[in-house]
Design a protein around this ligand. Sequence first.
Ligand SMILES: Nc1ncnc2c1ncn2[C@@H]1O[C@H](COP(=O)(O)OP(=O)(O)OP(=O)(O)O)[C@@H](O)[C@H]1O
Ligand SMILES: [Mg+2]
Length: 240
Amino acid sequence: MTIECLNLESIYSKSLARPIFSEINLKINPGEFVVLLGLNGAGKSTLLRSLLGLTPVKRGEIKINNLTVTPENLHQIRRHLGFISQGGGLVKQLSALDNVLCGCLGDCPPWQTLWGFPSEVQTKAMRLLTELGLKEQIHQKTSRLSGGQQQRVAIARALMQEPKILIADEPLAGLDVMAAQQVMEIFAKLHQEKGITIVMVLHDLGIASIYPERAIILDQGHIVYDGNCQHLQEKFCEFT
Ligand SMILES: Nc1ncnc2c1ncn2[C@@H]1O[C@H](COP(=O)(O)OP(=O)(O)OP(=O)(O)O)[C@@H](O)[C@H]1O
Ligand SMILES: [Mg+2]
């Protein structure tokens, strides 16, 4: 699935005295692994949220698979988009399994989940958690899991709907070097083996230059670099 932004402009921010982002033109091709970089407040999360229809845009167009996103077709398009929000967005009081099952609430009619999720859905959630190395933690309360384990639960939840595009906002936040590397290996595997398009926000330029193949640097709401991930440190300093 292709993602295209045509002259996209966000809502106006009074505190910034400008739109949060503007003049965003980009095309992400199926199967690309893209990292979105930029200083705090550059507009990265807002841009990702706009792609998902979670934050309204003022001007321009978003096309997913050549189809312009409108309020009418947003629900249909969203089915193909998996989202891992900044902070994970997990319900800490629920078990790992229940959090993953929440990933398909939109797919199951309410009457079906009233007395629990169908067994095939439960099996799928357990398989995903097992594949991500959390077999022993399936029924554990999420608050008792480590940061890296919680991040994997968030990935499993996003994978429940078998998205073609995975959008992740700072999926490595708070993880130690080892856990961050493990989580990135999972994304790399999903990209290589399942051909999932990945768009993620990272702050670690070292990691950003290893796994993704394309970097987009945002500065004060504008794209200032869009290209390969070589010498990212120098590029980042030059453009921000
Ligand atoms: N709904 C909103 N209305 C007005 N301003 C907003 C709104 N949402 C975000 N902003 C502002 O837009 C700017 C960009 O915010 P955003 O969260 O997109 O940044 P970011 O690049 O993701 O930063 P970080 O790296 O800290 O996560 C910030 O200054 C923020 O205060
Ligand atoms: Mg952010």
